[in-house]
Design a protein around this ligand. Sequence first.
Ligand code: G3I
Ligand code: 9MR
Ligand code: ZN
Length: 755
Amino acid sequence: MKAKKILSIGLVTALTTSMLLAAGGCNRVVTPPEYPSETGSETPSEPEKKGGLEDGSVVIDDNFDDGKYAGWGTYSASGGSFKIGVEEGELFVDIASLGSLEYSVQVFKDGYPLSEGAVYTMEFDIRSDIERTLEWRHQINGGDYHAYYMEKDVAIGPETKHISVDWTMEDSSDPAPRLCFNLGAQGGLEGELPHKVYIDNVKLTVKDGSNALVPEELEPPVAIKVNQIGYLPDSEKVFTAPYDENVSEFTVKDASTGEVVYTGTLKGERLHSYSGDGSQRHGDFSDLREPGTYVISIEGYEDSYPFTIGENIYADVYKATVKMLTLQRCGTKVDKETGGVFLHRPCHMGEAVIYGTETKIDVSGGWHDAGDYGRYVVAGAKTVKDLFLAYTENEAATGDDFGIPESGNGVPDILDEARWELEFFLKMQADNGGVYHKVTCENFPGVVMPPDEIEQLVVCPISTTATGDFAAVMAEAYVIYKAIDADFANQCLEASKKAFAYMEKYAAADTEGFKNPEEIATGEYPDASNKDEFLWAAVELFLATGDNQYLQKAIEIEESGYSLGLGWASMGTYPAYDYLLYMKNGGEGSDRLQLNFMNRLNKLGKNDLNVLEKDPYFVSLKDNYYWGSNMGIADNGIFYHMMYNLTGEEQYERYSKRAIDNLFGINPAGYCYVTGFGTHSPKHPHHRPSQKMGEAMPGMLVGGPDCYLEDPYAKAVLAGKRGGLCYIDNDSSYSTNEVTIYWNSPLIYLLSLQQ
Ligand code: G3I
Ligand code: 9MR
Ligand code: ZN
């Protein structure tokens, strides 16, 4: 409705999606947990399938009278340019350029559900300064973005038009659809520009809800959590179950015969869960060594998922996690033998234009980052480093028979795979030594196979984080490939030195890090601090060459502050560990640097141990599950193993292994988070090839719980959930259910230790 003054204005720059939604977050007010209660003694009630919605119930009711437009956002692509805001109680869209697509100018509303079988009345008022048309639609917000209901070519002009339509939702219920007003180019429309369109009194009501199917509540996880893949015969074998004063015993039963093969006592300690799923406790059946497939049974609870005790039980998942990288290869075909249904023609073979120039270069190769097909240097560097660690730590485990194209060539497959990325990296280095941050198209593609993303590739500007990472992995590549292919190794070392020289010139001046250029909407990988990357480069170059200038630089950076970590942004733990191991093995260097590194790692390690000992799921995140939390858990597994190697303290080794138990099922949501493995694993990852083929590519670790609810689907279905329960197996939820090369790689490392 119209009001007198201009109340608020939002500005949209081209090619960004701005979410004007209420922010999620773990410090948000949460509703109390529904399951299980703090005593943990209740089993969950069966989810009900409720039928029907009340007639007349209001789903959307926005009249903009308060000047706000919560839940509304904008998307623009292919040249659309516009602003939105509220003026006199109406939502206005001030269009400067239509772009080339209907949705080049898109105003949308999120945050409402649609129920299958319901008859809705959709109403709104609309007018425009000029005679033009618009398209409006309710659509799925992800995947193929198909419409549930839409009208095209609706004529509008200066006279307010009241639209009122009844329609039936025929698709499956969708808890997070999107209502879109597409105001870009409509079949040759060339109206006067700029012009304004005004939207008001947007209302969606249930006209007839008698046949509506209301979605079931999310099914609660099975209460007894086990490592769904299983346990090695001589390993410690633990599980997690709700704390319950009424029972003290558990049994392990043969999964097929039901015969009890082991009886044990549940541990007494009551462990607080940060995920709102009640107190928990542990059980231990390490003494059971007999190979077989079993379940855990506790009176009053559903049996656990089955698990296996046996030698080599991680061999298949290990190979599959490595092969995922092969299947993510870009600039090549994936044949049927390697890829099965995920085979495809060579992809992304065209030259890429260097941003802001007309120069085109060949940057083919490397791995697709994730569910999208971008190739990002900082992400690739972490992945390569984890593969190097797996190789140097346990060379025996890095076989030559993983079923990748180079299998059987006499070089460990893990090194063949890493080299695929390194060859691409070499193409990403500019003449001045700097390394381009990434190569992607301007926007994320739709749900298409890799060769069907055919938009122009753009090489984005050099970043110091990419350059530092590049220098580090290239220096280590020299060491690793020296005996395999000396020419390649030398090429890596030269490239590393060149990148390092660039860092010496430009790193200090760069305090902001890479930012997406205006037209580019793909993954940003922002990171304002390049010190850890620079430190990493200095340490690896010192280890590769023994040259003191690099050691001096490492000392200087270390003393000026940097962040530890094994992620794509903070990576200081890699150089710290590599240097400490070198010194431990009798290397010559700076004792002071050794002491500083060790002090920092010890502090971090001890802090973690304190939390880990009290956490039911063996993680130190407490309730802070962020985007890619499974990487955090896997990275910590690496860190604890590093600490074990450095200190010999058994507790670290114990928790390093527990990271695998967590990822394979002992977590709040009860998933084995690797596609294709375990009984309850993700089936609908946000991964375009999997979405396109209608089945999950195996061997991929999904991102896992993200309590900040960073996509519309997660916002809709996970509201009120906490910590490790903020996970949803739906391909629209890119913030919890995407996959990436650098979430797989720490798991590859952990599994390599178990071979
Ligand atoms: O780590 C902090 C945590 O300490 C803090 O408490 C919390 C709340 O502010 O935020 C955490 O940071 C999060 C960060 O990931 C952790 O790495 C950010 O909120 C979160 O937005 C950020 O998400 C990143 C996401 O891109 C969006 O930029 C993911 O790490 C990153 O893995 C993901 O990467 C995408 C690429 O852009 C594109 N390709 C797919 C890939 C995977 O989804
Ligand atoms: O598919 C994209 C995924 O690979 C990214 O990690 C994610 C975060 O940047 O974004 C996904 O793309 C979504 C985009 O950000 C917003 N519109 C919907 C896209 C996915 O359906
Ligand atoms: Zn490709």
